[in-house]
Design a protein. Sequence first.
Length: 366
Amino acid sequence: MRAKLLLEDGSKWEGISFGAEGESMGEVVFNTGMTGYQEVLTDPSYCGQIVTMTYPLIGNYGINRHDIESRRPFVHGFIVREQAEAPSHWRSERSIGHWLKEYELLGLAGIDTRQLTRRIRVHGTMKGILSTKEESWDALAERLDRQALMQDQVARVSTQSIHTAPSYGPRVVLMDFGAKYGLQRELARRGCDVVVVPHHTTAEEIERLRPDGILLSNGPGDPKDVPHAIRTVASLLGRYPLFGICLGHQLFALACGADTEKMKFGHRGSNHPVKELASGRTWITSQNHGYAVRNESLTGTPLKLTHVALNDGTCEGLEHQELQAFSVQFHPEAAPGPHDSESLFDRFVAGLQPDSSLREGGNIHA
């Protein structure tokens, strides 16, 4: 079966359909990772987006139960140059095409992904429509023009109830704006008592959980689309040690008076160099974001720039100069990607002071 991709600027591609049949609309972005496609597909930060992989062969090691990063894939479409129909790996359980079909997700193969990536780099990310329907380009263009990109991605991917990964270490409340499983794994590895809460949880509800620290998770979309989270983070500052990652980093910046902006085509991949300003070290990082904190907006705030992206100089890390709070734009939990920056979890956990006496009456279901 054939499938079509149409961008809002009129650019069009036609190739081979794999996965489900039908139609899907979203923001078309690209990811530069050579591996890790299963983690990309299940990263909630891609909710509302049609993801193009720049590496030409995808699916060669199949899909397995070990490398998922959320309860289901959240992409709105998947585009590759060539998809492997017969994967070969000892952990492989099914092909990527069968897996996409299982979740009713569209895939497009056989197009020039270099050309598509170049167009996004030159003109920026664009709205696009992916379809297997036999109809004219004009009909697709009409529907694409009518539909707007979603703005409620965080509500779609966040947990709807409180759940825990109990342990005897410091209690960390993980605010779930679209958290990858890797965040919980890293905290559990360090013995933390993890309590995951929905994105709309208030500061008062979090206080009743008697946390020793707060972790603000990654997530999709524009941080300004979740103003309630900005207010909650502002209320939590100074009361508990805080660590923000990706969207959590942007929410932390906004809560401290800084500003964010949409990037031309964002950072998505597992090979982005970031410089730690204090040490001069360069880390290779895993990233997935289309918004960034404006460097110039840090003036007059209590925030200090700690990390910068070496490719474009954008803000990659912040630290509060008076309170115990810091954040990074990249993903120290990786999955996929290098583990250069996983020591940031050690830094966060080392700053927590568990006091079980404070938790008396701190029923997590209160």
